[in-house]
Design a protein. Structure first.
Lengths: 299, 268
C-alpha cells in the first residue's frame, strides 16, 4: 500500500489491555488548570518505568466543566485496576491537591470506581466536608489557600488499550520530527486517547529484553539508522531517522481512530516532505491481544 | 398503571391516615378496588369510597383534594406523581423514597420526615419539624429535595442527615437542631436558636444571620469553589438566590459547644 508516496508496510501494532480513567481538572485560570494537569501526567510515559501512562486529552471550556472554570481532561492508564486505584489518588494527591486553585472531578461515570476524595479526604484531618447531590458525592478539603474540591470517586474502563503505535521512517531527523508534529496535532483531535510520551513522540522505541541481565527493554536496534551495518536492519538505505508515536485509549476503537488520524496526517505530507514509510512495533503477535494492522486501518 | 382523582365528599370529622394511598399502590387497582380500600379514619377503618369520589386521571398520577385532617399524605411514595389541592395535615411525604409530591397549599408538621429520595413541593407554608425524624426515631431526612414556597415552622431540618431543603420564606426557631448532614437554603429570615447541637451540614442563607447562638464562630468571608459547583449541579439553587451566586460567602461554623463543624454560609 502506498499513500502519497509513503509506503504503508504490511505490519501491525501490538497492544495490550489496560485499566484507564479520565479526570477533569479545573482552576481559576487556564494556566493553572494546565499546570496541574502537566504535573499530574508527568513521568508517566511508560508503565515499564513509571507505573502508569498518562497524558492530556484536551481542554474543556468553562461552560462544560463541573464548576464553570477552565478545565483540562487527562487520561491515566495502568496495567490493572488494582494499580490504577493506587496510582490515581497518589498522583492527584501530590500534583492536583497541591496546585493553586485546582479542583478535580470524575471524567468517567461508569465502570469500576477509582478513589479520589475518598482517599484524599484524610488530609483534611477531620475538617473535610462531604456533599452529596444527585447520587454524586464531593469532598471539600480545607487547604491553606482555601478549599480543594474533588469527586469522591471516578469511574474507569477495564476495556482500555495501551501500546497502540506507529513508526515514521524518514529521510532526515528534521523530516521525521516535522511529520511527527503534524501527526500529534491531528491525533489531538481524537477524544478518548492520549500520547503518553514527551510531546506525544518517542525517539527511543524499544525491543523486549537486552544483552544485559535484568533489562526489561532495550533499544530497538533494527530501527536504529546508525546500526544498519551492525544488526539485521528494518530500514532501507534512504532512511536516516525514525520516530514512534505511542497511543493509549479508553477503548480499541479510540486507539484505532487516533492511529488513523496520525498516519493520515503524515501521509498528507508525503514523500515530498521526506517520509519514506510507516511501520509499526510488535512482538510477533504473541504478547498483546490487540493487533492494529496498518493496511486494514488505512484501507 | 391507572391514575385516579380522589375528590373529598365532605370535610373530614376525624384524622385520616393516607399512608397507603400512593400512585404506585392505587395504580394496579381497578376503580372498584380503590373504592373498597380500607383507610384508618379516627378510631375506625372506612372504605376509601365512603370519603372520596374516585375518578380516573392520567396514568401514574394521583390527584387528591386535601383536608387539614389528612395525615401521611404521600407517605412511602416511591414513584409517580401525587398532586394535592388544599391544605393537609401532618407527615406528608414521610419515608418517601422517590416520585413527586406537590402540596398545593399549607401542610402540617413533619413534612418529609425520614425521607430518602424524590421531591416534595409545598406551595404554601410548612409546619414544624420539616425534614426531621418521625416520632420515636432519631434520623431525619437522608436524601431527596423539599421546596417550600412559603414559611417553615420550628425545628426545620432537625436531625437531618442528607438531601436538600429550599425554603423561600422565613424559618422559625431551632432550625437545623442536631443536623448531621445535608443542605438547607433559606431565602427569608433565620429564626433564633438555629443550629443548636449541629454536627455537620450546610445552611445557605440569603440574609445575614443575626440571632446565632454562642456555639457559632465567624470564619470570615470566602470565595468558595464548592458553591460554584453546587449551583451548576443544582440550577434551582441559583434561581432560588435570585439567579446570581458569585461563590462569595461569609462562613459561620458550629455548634462548637457540641463539638460540631456545621456551617452557615451567608451568600451576600
Amino acid at each position: 500500500m502506498n499513500l502519497n508516496g509513503v509506503d504503508i508496510r504490511d505490519s501491525f501494532a501490538e497492544a495490550f489491555p489496560m485499566a484507564g480513567t479520565r479526570l477533569v481538572i479545573t482552576a481559576d485560570t487556564p494556566r493553572w488548570a494546565r499546570t496541574a494537569a502537566i504535573s499530574l501526567t508527568g513521568f508517566a510515559t511508560s508503565v515499564i518505568g513509571c507505573g502508569c501512562e498518562a497524558g492530556i486529552e484536551g481542554e474543556i471550556a468553562p461552560e462544560d466543566t463541573p464548576d464553570g472554570r477552565p478545565g483540562i481532561a487527562v487520561l491515566i492508564f495502568a496495567m490493572s485496576l488494582k494499580d490504577l486505584k493506587k496510582i490515581v489518588p497518589a498522583r492527584v494527591g501530590q500534583c492536583v491537591l497541591t496546585s493553586p486553585t485546582s479542583a478535580c472531578y470524575a471524567g468517567v461515570n461508569g465502570g469500576p470506581r477509582v478513589p479520589l476524595g475518598r482517599a484524599l479526604r484524610y488530609f483534611g484531618d477531620g475538617h473535610q466536608i462531604a456533599k452529596s447531590f444527585d447520587d454524586r458525592r464531593f469532598w471539600r478539603i480545607p487547604v491553606m489557600e482555601g478549599e480543594f474540591v474533588c469527586d469522591d470517586v471516578t469511574g474507569s474502563s477495564e476495556a482500555a488499550v495501551g501500546g497502540g503505535n506507529f513508526l515514521i521512517l524518514a529521510r532526515s531527523r528534521a523530516a521525521a520530527l516535522n511529520a511527527a508534529e503534524h501527526a500529534v496535532d491531528a491525533m489531538g483531535e481524537v477524544k478518548g486517547a492520549i500520547l503518553p510520551f514527551p510531546g506525544g513522540v518517542v525517539r527511543s522505541g524499544s525491543k523486549i529484553g537486552g544483552k544485559y541481565a535484568g533489562m526489561i527493554a532495550s533499544t530497538n536496534d533494527a530501527y536504529c539508522p546508525t546500526l544498519r551495518a551492525s544488526v539485521e536492519s528494518a530500514l532501507p538505505a534512504d532512511v536516516q531517522s525514525v520516530l514512534e508515536i505511542v497511543i493509549d485509549g479508553l477503548s480499541a476503537a479510540e486507539v484505532a481512530a487516533s492511529m488513523r488520524a496520525g498516519i493520515l496526517a503524515v501521509c498528507a505530507l508525503g514523500e515530498a516532505a521526506g517520509i519514506v514509510a510507516i511501520d509499526a512495533g510488535n512482538y510477533g503477535g504473541n504478547l498483546g491481544p490487540f493487533h492494529f494492522k496498518l493496511r486494514e486501518l488505512m484501507a | 398503571m391507572s391514575g385516579y382523582e380522589l375528590r373529598l365528599r365532605a370535610p373530614l370529622a376525624a384524622r385520616l391516615d393516607l399512608s397507603r394511598v400512593t400512585p404506585q399502590n392505587l395504580g394496579n387497582l381497578s376503580l372498584n378496588e380503590v373504592e373498597r380500600l380500607p383507610l384508618p379514619y379516627g378510631t375506625a377503618r372506612v372504605a376509601l369510597g365512603e370519603l372520596f369520589e374516585v375518578l380516573p386521571a392520567s396514568e401514574g398520577v394521583l390527584l387528591l383534594w386535601g383536608d387539614s385532617r389528612m395525615d401521611f399524605v404521600g407517605a412511602g411514595l416511591a414513584s409517580g406523581d401525587l398532586m394535592v389541592t388544599g391544605a393537609i395535615g401532618a407527615f406528608a411525604g414521610a419515608r418517601m423514597s422517590g416520585g413527586r409530591l406537590v402540596l398545593g397549599s399549607d401542610a402540617g408538621e413533619g413534612i418529609g420526615s425520614g425521607m430518602s429520595g424524590g421531591r416534595i413541593d409545598v406551595l404554601g407554608d410548612a409546619g414544624a419539624r420539616l425534614a426531621g425524624p418521625l416520632p420515636g426515631e432519631r434520623i431525619g431526612m437522608t436524601g431527596g429535595t423539599i421546596a417550600i414556597r412559603g414559611h417553615a415552622g420550628a425545628l426545620a431540618g432537625v436531625s437531618m442527615r442528607g438531601g436538600l431543603v429550599l425554603i423561600c420564606g422565613d424559618v422559625a426557631e431551632g432550625a437545623a437542631r442536631g443536623m448531621v448532614a445535608g443542605t438547607i437554603a433559606i431565602a427569608g429570615t433565620l429564626g433564633p436558636q438555629a443550629g443548636a447541637g449541629m454536627k455537620r451540614g450546610t445552611l445557605l442563607l440569603a440574609r445575614e444571620p443575626l440571632l446565632l447562638g454562642p456555639g457559632f464562630g465567624d470564619a470570615g468571608e470566602h470565595d468558595l469553589i464548592a458553591l460554584q459547583l453546587l449551583v451548576r449541579r443544582i440550577p434551582e439553587i441559583a434561581a432560588f438566590f435570585g439567579g446570581g451566586v458569585s461563590g462569595r460567602a461569609r462562613r459561620y461554623v458550629g455548634d462548637r459547644l457540641a463539638g460540631g463543624q456545621g456551617e452557615l454560609l451567608w451568600l451576600y
